[in-house]
Ligand binder design. Structure first.
Ligand SMILES: [Zn+2]
Length: 187
């Protein structure tokens, strides 16, 4: 895990939603961050999920499919509309795979050990987290207020008033805009 990886992907606190952050600027000029199996491997490692080898093209496709299903489902939940059956199917099937078992290593660290298909088990962890967030029903699943961003996030702050996916990115952009507006300049 490196800082470079963090900078490339960006993480909130919920891997189920963080996966949807790997396609940026959906509404204006979509930027794909998971182009290859290597990208997906880096994302999984940065998310703290111990992927073994480089995911295959089919596994990359499975990750994209889960990601898009979660994103569409999140937008529906935010809008107070039912989640499409096909999207529920993709998410539920991914979540139904067995997840890795936490095991204690000799030096007291927690190691996740997959039983069977290790990639499917990692995706299952992501899908299960997405289900928790999508089903939370607490109004904390939101769409970023920045008009260019289009990311969804789960607000875990105590006041629960967050409006941006990550204050460091969109929040700052909004504050800068407001500052410029107050100063009466356009640049
Ligand atoms: Zn944002």
């Amino acid at each position: 895990m490196t800082a470079a990886h963090d900078a490339r992907f960006g993480f909130g606190s919920r891997p189920g939603l963080d996966l949807t952050w790997t396609l940026r600027f959906r509404s204006v000029q979509p930027r794909e961050l998971l182009n290859t199996g290597d990208d997906l491997r880096d994302w999984l490692l940065t998310a703290g999920l111990p992927v073994g080898g480089v995911p295959t093209d089919a596994e990359l496709e499975a990750a994209h499919s889960l990601r898009e299903a979660v994103y569409r489902a999140a937008r529906r939940v935010i809008d107070g509309r039912p989640i499409a059956r096909g999207d529920r199917k993709v998410i539920n099937e991914a979540a139904a795979e067995p997840v890795p078992a936490p095991q204690l290593s000799g030096d007291g660290e927690v190691v996740l050990v997959a039983d069977g298909d290790s990639f499917a088990s990692l995706l299952a962890m992501v899908a299960r987290d997405a289900i928790e967030v999508l089903g939370a029903g607490d109004g904390r699943l939101r769409l970023c207020t920045d008009e260019l961003c289009s990311l969804v996030f789960y607000d875990e702050s105590r006041p629960g008033q967050r409006r941006w996916c990550a204050t460091a990115r969109c929040g700052n952009r909004a504050n800068t805009k407001a500052y410029r507006a107050r100063k009466g300049t356009s640049q």
